[in-house]
Design a binder for this molecule. Structure first.
Ligand SMILES: NC(=O)c1ccc[n+]([C@@H]2O[C@H](COP(=O)([O-])OP(=O)(O)OC[C@H]3O[C@@H](n4cnc5c(N)ncnc54)[C@H](OP(=O)(O)O)[C@@H]3O)[C@@H](O)[C@H]2O)c1
Length: 238
């Protein structure tokens, strides 16, 4: 049986990943803070699934919980690190900024590391991380979110290099959505995908073991333009 763990499965993209992967026959491990939401998802899916609460802000404890879940499930071949928080703030507020760093940077690295070590031990596997097209620029209202996603994308590139050095068949997929209709949607959305469409493109990329995917595909053009646009031009808009 194919087994996968989704970290950040209690709403939005992670919830829909659960729905679409279960429909493809995966047995899932569902992680996030809200147990009631995870249980509701597990109960709604075909088959039996595992629920494990975790708060990735408590990085070391979250690592132990992920390790325990991997052991409980048996043979996990795919781990998706999707948990994330975002905020567009007029005032710089350390409590909000710190949470973004704790979840999107410390939590992201902590969980990805456990996943990679598991796959090296297992001899193969697939790590996927949900970053953002926001990784390609910075903006005055979302500076910490953008920087945290730049970390995630860069970190996954490094994980891909480590996988190559290991000479093991380990895939690392970087997922960079533009705007997806979820509770997190913020800013001035353009080219917004429904969560069903966005996630179906993610699932195709996972099945094809792609290194990188933009959601939706047209965000590849935006990312390219953002990469070559000088900051003084970007500053006029964000
Ligand atoms: N929606 C968009 O337009 C968009 C665009 C680009 C990238 N993304 C990225 O996509 C990912 C999913 O976001 P979404 O849009 O689906 O938003 P969402 O519906 O708010 O989902 C966020 C998920 O992260 C989990 N999470 C947050 N803090 C956590 C913590 N401390 N510990 C464990 N889990 C935590 C939440 O679960 P609990 O609250 O239950 O813990 C929830 O399952 C994020 O990484 C986000 O940055 C979204």
């Amino acid at each position: 049986m194919k087994q996968a763990i989704i970290i950040g499965a209690s709403s939005g993209i992670g919830w829909e990943l659960g729905v679409q992967l279960a429909a493809k026959g995966y047995q899932l491990g569902l992680m996030a803070r809200r147990e009631d939401c995870l249980q509701k998802l597990a109960d709604s899916l075909p088959g039996t699934h595992f629920v494990q609460t975790t708060d990735v802000c408590q990085a070391e404890q979250a690592q132990e919980e992920l390790t325990a879940l991997i052991e409980r499930m048996g043979d996990v071949a795919l781990i998706i690190v999707n948990s994330g928080v975002g905020s567009a703030e007029k005032q710089l507020d350390w409590v909000i900024e710190r949470e973004m760093i704790d979840v999107n940077v410390r939590g992201f690295a902590a969980m990805s590391m456990v996943a990679m070590n598991h796959f090296v031990k297992r001899g193969s596997g697939h790590l996927a991380g949900v970053s953002s097209a926001a990784a390609h620029f910075s903006g005055g209202l979302t500076l910490t979110y953008n920087a945290s996603k730049a970390f995630a994308s860069n970190y996954l590139n490094g994980m891909r290099s480590r996988a190559a050095r290991s000479k093991l068949p380990i895939t690392v997929t970087t997922i960079e959505p533009g705007f997806v209709e979820t509770p997190m949607l913020m800013g001035t959305p353009i080219w917004t995908a429904t969560v069903e469409k966005g996630v179906s493109q993610m699932v195709v990329a996972l099945e094809k073991k792609k290194n990188h995917v933009y959601i939706t595909k047209r965000w590849a053009i935006a990312a390219l333009l953002l990469d070559i646009t000088p900051n003084w031009v970007i500053r006029k808009f964000v």
